[in-house]
Design a protein around this ligand. Structure first.
Ligand code: ATP
Length: 354
């Protein structure tokens, strides 16, 4: 269990963490999710001991580590850009933490063999980091972090520098790895899909505070506020009512239709119909000029004969409507934009990049 209580961190006059408390149960995979600058990395680095808190405590496995240096916290850390030792083979990189701890050679060999298998790099042990793909390098980084049997594994956008396909493959791989190894893992990501895909629990951060903590279903289906709802998936406003696009029901107006617009029901003009595989996204504009989107199956789209320029009723069914507050003094995020952050490449308890 990792317990952070009342964490506060200021950089000059800027408050990066504002009274953050979170409990991360042993053996779980928790994602810290939020927009750029929300404090995710600062929270992770505070757990690692790479930042010292201005107030609050960090307890790992029952031990108060608030004032304990990073090397003595029993953590493994993997960054977006992994600082591999370029002159060392994959095997020696993975063995590094064990070698500097002067573990017996046979033990190191056995442990490294096991880890190379776990991360699927058995055939690559004699290569040098420059001879690996980005995804392979990050798997090597994970093997190296796991080699010293850390109490917790802290991952800061570990797949952030990889292309979308490799990223998706690797996060599923991480999930399977976690199910095998069960080490308590905290993953920083700004990508809601990544968080929904891999995490048991998601903590949504915004402006240095935690907006909500819960399992992916709860956060998606029962968000506490508009920020969480918008951050965890797309949202449309139907006459001022917030709803997920796939929950919107479209109806053709009857020839003698005299119904008026109301909350959760508007007559809208179809601007575009976009096919997304099995689904169709219908881009709409209401009489006030408000644009929003609905998602329906291709079957429904064909049945209704949805064509640009025509009018449809867009209805937010009452079961799907969420009357949510705004979070205190915060806005709805524009979107979960790609963070163009370049993560620090410093390692924990090891020399700088060689
Ligand atoms: N060493 C520092 N000095 C000054 N300000 C900092 C420092 N580290 C972080 N900050 C600021 O604290 C805020 C939170 O940063 P943090 O890296 O935790 O955000 P994040 O949620 O991880 O964002 P990103 O996804 O962009 O990395 C940002 O506004 C950042 O500019």
């Amino acid at each position: 269990m990792i317990t952070v209580t009342g964490a506060r961190k200021d950089f000059g006059t800027f408050r990066a963490l504002d009274d953050v408390s979170i409990e991360i149960p042993s053996g779980t995979l928790t994602a810290l999710l939020g927009p750029s600058g929300s404090g995710k990395s600062t929270l992770l680095r505070s757990i690692a001991g790479l930042e010292s808190l201005d107030a609050g405590t960090v307890v790992i496995a029952g031990r108060d580590v608030t004032r304990v240096p990073p090397q003595q916290r029993g953590i493994g850390f993997v960054f977006q850009h992994y600082a591999a030792f370029k002159h060392m083979t994959v095997r020696d990189n993975v063995a590094f933490g064990l070698t500097i701890r002067r573990r017996p050679k046979a033990e190191v060999r056995a442990k490294v063999d096991e880890l190379l298998e776990v991360v699927g790099l058995e055939g690559f042990q004699h290569r040098y980091p420059a001879q690996l793909s980005g995804g392979q390098r990050q798997r090597m980084a994970l093997a190296r972090a796991l080699a010293v049997d850390p109490e917790v594994l802290l991952l800061d956008e570990p797949f952030g520098a990889l292309d979308a396909k490799v990223r998706a493959d690797l996060r599923r791989w991480l999930r399977r790895l976690h199910d095998e190894v069960h080490v308590t893992t905290v993953l920083v990501t700004h990508d809601q899909e990544e968080a929904l895909d891999v995490a048991d629990t998601i903590a949504v951060l915004n402006r240095g505070r935690i907006e909500q903590i819960g399992d992916p279903d709860t956060l998606y289906d029962a968000p506490d506020n508009q920020f969480v709802m918008s951050f965890l998936g797309s949202v449309s406003s139907v006459g001022g009512t917030l709803v997920r696009p796939h929950d919107i029901v479209l109806e053709r107006p009857a020839p003698d239709d005299t119904r008026a617009n109301g909350p959760g029901r508007v007559l809208a003009t179809i601007e575009r119909v976009v096919r997304l595989g099995f689904e169709v996204r219908v881009e709409l504009r209401d009489a006030d000029g408000e644009r929003f989107a609905a998602e329906v199956t291709r079957g429904v789209a064909q049945q209704l004969g949805l064509v640009a320029g025509e009018q449809v009723w867009a209805v937010a069914p009452s079961h799907a409507v969420r009357d949510l507050p705004q979070p205190p003094d915060a806005g709805v995020p524009a979107d979960a934009a790609e963070a163009d952050e370049v993560a620090s490449t410093a390692g924990v308890g090891e020399p700088a990049r060689a």
